[in-house]
Design a protein around this ligand. Structure first.
Ligand code: AMP
Ligand code: GLY
Length: 434
């Protein structure tokens, strides 16, 4: 940030915003790329960022869960606005801590982030306000839960109450799997204290849709819909991952479904959060069942890798939108999503999500504006792999088919040893369009 002295005009202040983005994955890279095009941004810090983000922001070696260090840094550097991207710092209350220092943030405070932080909270909220979701029971006593499992419908779904890196969900096809699954969560504490309480819920069937939305607690403005590909292997086989690719828009999210979601899910959720006013990005994980759309989960943040296909289609100023969610003026901001399609193919280290080698040099094509880096670090000025998901190649086009072809063509220009990616990102969406 340069000198702030001697310019009292608003238009001048607008031009010298120093921003900090918390997090260091592909989602954060996509957010930072979009913020670079926003009016008024003078400098972007990423905490901690990664080797690829370093091309677009100044990376500071402070982890997303080091809340005190983040606050000290923001105060010392007189940061004007902080974008808190990952779930952990939101649920731990980073927004509240920064707010106390007078630093405005994008993201919900601790009280509102509980909509993702506790599945028991979100299920009770949906029941109370008649928001469609899988029917469920909540247990904090393992014997009672074990007893319930003997009679509940099978398959059944068992979820640890708290955050579990997106892995705290067990879909049990048999009663025995349910017994074993329950014990791993409640007895072996596979997800730590997150498993002190479990939600056991009805198994739902149907295509899944991700809808991210901006909200200031008063209005909710959905972004373009998207489709995640969570399983590691082609044909939706293999283990659950953080997401191996995405496309937008999601063909199952028709205008009729969108309208139904708005009246039955989005608006009622914002209204239900009257006490814990939610500001930021509210992510609706939906399943389109025979009985209509139902909520699978709420997230209190942008999705990864959904963000990578959603933000490139945004026609608007991301910083202006974000600040409007904080200020409660979201209704006044002009933005839309282009009527195009986007595809993100994730390149991972082979073996992800279980065990994989890292430290391999990454080669990128010269033009890599829309390659979002998730897991790399700089060693002697070169990027080397440092995570399971390494990067996402994103392309947009007029049609989904073209976007998919362009993304896979671009991926051929990316190299690192041990590279693995799914070959069928978007195939299901293309078939649904027929
Ligand atoms: P979550 O961590 O809540 O996103 O759940 C992970 C995945 O488990 C979801 O994306 C769904 O594919 C699946 N899932 C979660 N809840 C249910 C349910 N009630 N019925 C069927 N599948 C579910
Ligand atoms: N892609 C799923 C998530 O961000 O939770």
């Amino acid at each position: 940030g340069g000198s702030r002295e001697g310019c009292g005009r608003d238009s001048c202040k607008e031009r010298i915003m120093d921003i900090a983005v918390i997090g260091g994955g592909g989602r954060e890279h996509a957010i930072i790329k979009a913020l670079k095009h926003s009016k008024g941004v003078s400098h972007i810090y990423a905490l901690p960022g990664n080797g690829g983000i370093a091309e677009d922001a100044e990376c500071i070696a402070i982890g997303a869960k080091e809340l005190d260090a983040i606050v000290d840094f923001a105060v010392e550097k007189k940061i004007n606005y902080v974008v808190v991207a990952p779930d952990d710092p939101l649920v731990l209350g980073l927004v509240d801590m920064l707010d106390e220092k007078g630093i405005p943030c994008f993201g919900p405070d601790k009280a509102a982030a509980i909509i993702e932080g506790s599945k028991a909270f979100s299920k009770r909220l949906m029941k109370k306000y008649g928001i469609p979701t899988a029917s469920y029971e909540i247990f904090d006593d393992m014997d009672a839960a074990l007893k319930y499992i003997e009679t509940c419908p099978i398959p059944t779904v068992i979820k640890a109450d708290g955050l579990a890196l997106g892995k705290g969900v067990i879909i049990a096809e048999t009663r025995d799997e349910a017994r074993v699954g329950l014990r791993t969560i409640m007895e072996d504490k596979k997800f730590g204290a997150s498993g002190d309480t479990v939600v056991i819920e009805e198994f739902l069937d149907g295509p899944e849709v991700s809808v991210l939305s901006f909200t200031d607690g008063k209005v909710v403005r959905p972004m373009v819909s998207s489709m995640d590909h969570k399983r590691a292997q082609d044909g939706d086989k293999g283990l659950n991952t953080g997401g191996m690719g995405t496309v937008a828009p999601n063909p199952y999210y028709t205008p009729e479904i969108a309208e139904e979601c708005m009246t039955k899910i989005f608006l009622p959720t914002i209204k239900a959060m009257a006490e814990e006013v939610f500001k930021g990005c509210l992510y609706f994980g939906l399943m389109i069942t025979e009985d209509g759309p139902k909520v699978i989960e709420y997230n209190s943040r942008f999705g990864d890798p959904e963000t990578q296909v959603v933000l490139p289609l945004l026609d608007g100023d991301l910083l202006e939108i974000m600040r409007a969610t904080t200020d409660g003026t979201l209704a006044d901001v002009d933005f839309t999503f282009r009527d195009e399609a986007a595809c993100c193919v994730v390149a991972a280290s082979d073996g992800y999500p279980v065990a994989y080698e890292k430290g391999f040099e990454i080669t990128l094509p010269d033009e890599h504006e829309h390659i979002y880096i998730a897991g790399s670090k700089l060693v002697d000025g070169k990027q080397v792999t440092s995570g399971g998901r390494v990067l996402g190649v994103v392309e947009t086009a007029e049609t989904l088919g073209e976007a998919i072809d362009k993304a896979y063509a671009k991926l051929e220009e990316v190299h690192f040893d041990n590279m693995y990616f799914r070959k069928d990102i978007g195939t299901k969406a293309l078939e649904a369009l027929k």
